[in-house]
Design a protein around this ligand. Structure first.
Ligand code: SF4
Length: 120
């Protein structure tokens, strides 16, 4: 949902903190997860990911997540699926060239990255 996408960018700082905590815990749980078996965990993890990142970030579950570097803006929401920066068509008001109803995902990434570094 687009509204949640922009909310996540506005709240990028603490969401990134939460993201780091979850990453830390998953790394600590590696021995247990390995014993259970990654294949067995695939479906439950995907369900959790869809219920969290899917709702909060409008994540498209590409499997190569970089939202920790793109201000919590999922680049897979770009209609052209640009993964390394904006295309040349960003409108003067920051709207997307293809879908003028939404802000360019890379403009959101820039705003979210600024929030990573500053306190609100
Ligand atoms: S303006 Fe931004 S979101 Fe739209 S197609 Fe170009 S890079 Fe993608």
């Amino acid at each position: 949902m687009y509204r949640m996408r922009t909310w996540s960018v506005r709240n990028a700082r603490w969401l990134k903190g939460l993201y780091s905590v979850v990453e830390f815990l998953l790394l600590r749980l590696q021995p247990l997860l390995r014993r259970i078996g990654y294949q067995r965990l695939d479906k439950p993890f995907l369900a959790v990911e869809k219920a969290t990142k899917g709702v909060l970030l409008d994540s498209q579950s590409c499997g190569q997540c970089i939202v920790g570097y793109t201000g919590m803006s999922c680049p897979m929401n770009c209609p052209k699926q640009m993964r390394n920066g904006p295309c040349g068509g960003v409108r003067a008001d920051g709207k997307c060239e293809v879908d003028p109803e939404m802000n360019c995902v890379w403009l959101l990434a820039w705003e979210g990255n600024k929030r990573f570094k500053t306190r609100d």
